[in-house]
Design a protein around this ligand. Structure first.
Ligand code: BEZ
Length: 309
């Protein structure tokens, strides 16, 4: 029995008529009838009731039909999956910290996929520190994080320094006064920081910003992640210092204010294995710089700070 027999049988069973089935299959009726006869002989059972008009399946026919349909669907899936595997030449695994999703990461992923259709891209949310071990184990090829690290086997490229901004509950006194705030303006507030673990994290960059200026917020409230910090800000539980790309995450109950100090920044770092010189890594870096130029986002190239015109 061949797949062709099953396809012919399914067409006849669904059309309940040899003429219509032959038309659907684009073959003449006599060879179709012969194929069905052959199939019944091979199986040793009758699949259609004799002389029924329209054609009716026997019990064996109904059983065979339900399994033949499944098998044909599986065959079609196998064909398309095999074609896909054949077209995929390389794979690239990306690790990223959640907050980079509010920045350029979605655009980078979309553009990379469009421009590199034969590369299978997979994405894994993980902390910067987990990215380092995942890079060493070969579980990821590129990591996007925010923490500077010193590891002899890992190369970190600072892509840009993202300004920090303040998230305030709508109607908060600090949101109605000055359009630009200083860190000092925040010291009487509850500062909501994230992520609380593992450390060091973005939370420590915010805390260091206060410490370096010998400032101390009235209260510190540590939470697991950015979304929770913003929810608590919305609830009036405190304020939070967030990367400026979070501004794109519009909420009716949260307002954002810029900070006056341009040195209040959090880096976005691309990490890779020290000896990895693969084309995909180069493609990715080149694409990111190109997107920064297109979107007019200041970035760091080598040691240089570049301002797209
Ligand atoms: C960015 O926002 O600049 C960015 C985010 C993720 C990966 C690379 C760049």
């Amino acid at each position: 029995m061949e797949l062709r027999h099953m396809r012919y049988f399914v067409a006849v069973a669904e059309e309940r008529n040899f003429t219509r089935a032959a038309e659907r299959l684009c073959i003449a009726q006599p060879p179709l009838s012969r194929q069905i006869q052959q199939l019944e002989e091979t199986l040793g059972v009758q699949l259609f009731e004799r002389n029924s008009r329209p054609l009716k399946l026997t019990n064996s026919g109904r059983f065979f039909y339900s399994h033949a349909v499944q098998l044909l669907a599986q065959t079609a899936e196998l064909e398309s999956m095999t074609r896909r595997v054949g077209n995929i030449e390389r794979s690239l695994s990306l690790g990223f910290v959640g907050s980079t999703l509010y920045g350029m990461l979605p655009k980078i992923i979309r553009r990379f996929r469009d421009e590199n259709t034969t590369v299978e891209l997979s994405l894994h949310e993980m902390t910067t520190m987990d990215q380092i071990s995942a890079l060493k184990d070969g579980r990821i090829d590129i990591g996007f994080g925010r923490i500077r690290h010193e590891d002899a086997n890992i190369r970190g490229v600072v892509l840009r320094e993202e300004r920090m901004i303040v998230a305030l509950p709508v109607g908060h006194p600090l949101s109605v006064g000055k359009p630009v705030l200083a860190l000092r303006d925040l010291i009487n507030e509850t500062l909501i920081i994230f992520p609380n673990a593992p450390r060091p994290s973005y939370a420590d960059q915010v805390l260091s910003a206060f410490q370096e200026r010998t400032l101390k917020p009235a209260r510190i409230y540590e939470v697991r992640e950015l979304q929770i910090a913003l929810g608590l800000v919305a609830a009036g539980e405190g304020i939070s210092v967030v990367p400026s790309s979070v501004h794109g995450l519009k909420r009716d109950d949260v307002v954002y204010r810029e900070l006056d100090d341009p040195t209040l920044v959090s880096p976005i770092i691309m990490s890779m294995r020290m000896l990895d010189e693969s084309t995909d890594i180069h493609e990715m870096l080149e694409l990111i710089y190109r997107l920064y130029e297109e979107e007019r986002i200041p970035y760091i190239f080598g040691e240089l700070l570049c301002y797209p015109s």
